[in-house]
Design a protein around this ligand. Sequence first.
Ligand SMILES: NC(=O)C1=CN([C@@H]2O[C@H](COP(=O)(O)OP(=O)(O)OC[C@H]3O[C@@H](n4cnc5c(N)ncnc54)[C@H](OP(=O)(O)O)[C@@H]3O)[C@@H](O)[C@H]2O)C=CC1
Ligand SMILES: Nc1c(N[C@@H]2O[C@H](COP(=O)(O)O)[C@@H](O)[C@H]2O)[nH]c(=O)[nH]c1=O
Length: 386
Amino acid sequence: MTQSEKETFMRVALDEARKGWGCTHPQAMIGAALVEDGEVVVTAYNDQPSSPALETRLFEALGRKPKEGSSLFLTLEPGPSSNRLEAGVRAIIESGVGYVLIGASDPVAEHANKGADALKEGGVKVERRILIDECEDLNLISNYWVQNRSPIFAAKSATTLDGKIACRSGESKWITGAPARQNVMKWRRLFPSIAVGAGTLVEDDPRLTSRIEGEEEWCGMRFVFDGLLRTAMERYLPSIYTDDFRDNTIVVTTDAAGTGYIRRLETEGVNVWVLPVENMKVPFPVFRKRCADVGITGVYFEGGSRLVSELLHTRELDYHFNYRAPIMLGDDKAKSVYRGLRTEKLSQAIRLEKVRHEVFGDDQLMRGFVNYPARLDVDETVFSNG
Ligand SMILES: NC(=O)C1=CN([C@@H]2O[C@H](COP(=O)(O)OP(=O)(O)OC[C@H]3O[C@@H](n4cnc5c(N)ncnc54)[C@H](OP(=O)(O)O)[C@@H]3O)[C@@H](O)[C@H]2O)C=CC1
Ligand SMILES: Nc1c(N[C@@H]2O[C@H](COP(=O)(O)O)[C@@H](O)[C@H]2O)[nH]c(=O)[nH]c1=O
């Protein structure tokens, strides 16, 4: 089989894996494709967290022994992190498949290659790292979860060429075009939760649901960061406190918030997390721990500027999605997405790693893991007057 054929079949397995988009947390999305005589004869994917081993289901679906010379493509090694080390490996060896091609290894360093080694011991030929980057990228949420036992904190921003997210007047709809905004809907469907700051809620009154053509509107958990519950002081409450998904809304506040406002929200059916105060700001590490405790494996922060800047200042942002539209405001008073650092030297710049680029209409998406420099200096004056 040529390298290009191997990649073609691994793409089939990847497409299969993506059918489980957003449905497998905290487990990984996994896809498999069995190839006989140059043709894919059966595929399988994980559609829920507690599915039996994918390999077992694939051979059951085939309903017979694979032909001699067949090859099995797996986007993820059958390892302990996906609970397939025993059942998955056994199913493959018992099936008699002689050749297994793997995309990503088990994401936990001490488990990597355990499945591949067990297959080799069982007499199966194994080849690894086929489309490894795509296969690892597919599971950026579950990989982070099993590696760190923590949710991944990702921020999304939609900026102009000069890094602005709103005009000086506050107008921000829309900077990016419809195709880029549709792609945001896809990520909203993947992440188990979305978060915004009180400023964004008041300015935009967003819905924060995933709306994909041909699919039912979907709503993950929706967090609002609001230290003093100013969003509950309005005469008319924001939509996400009153809509049909309001029991998925959680307002994250501090113990400085008025209990009357907490009661008002709870009466509406909205949940409130009161976290201990630290400089009147919601402490991200405490929020992270609380998310981990309730099994939330990822948070997609959709701004605004102040909330995501604070995440960056405190080194709590793990991943960044930046959609960039081909427009310029050229106005110093327009709102920049990230503010508040004193970056005197380029060596103090924050870099993205494992960067991926995609194009949506006229807009570009650049995304990657956030890598912090040894030293970050915060300009304390930036947010002191709002
Ligand atoms: N183009 C884009 O991608 C996007 C653009 N926007 C635009 O951004 C603007 C809103 O941004 P901005 O005004 O900066 O407001 P934010 O949405 O960032 O909200 C900031 C507020 O969140 C509250 N908060 C609670 N906990 C924290 C914490 N730990 N750290 C920081 N803030 C916390 C604070 O309220 P308090 O001080 O009361 O506690 C703070 O004032 C709007 O114009 C919106 O349209 C927004 C999202 C995306
Ligand atoms: N302005 C802007 C974005 N803004 C974000 O989208 C939110 C609106 O969500 P919803 O009400 O669910 O459609 C808004 O509050 C803000 O967080 N997003 C983008 O992809 N591109 C854009 O140009």
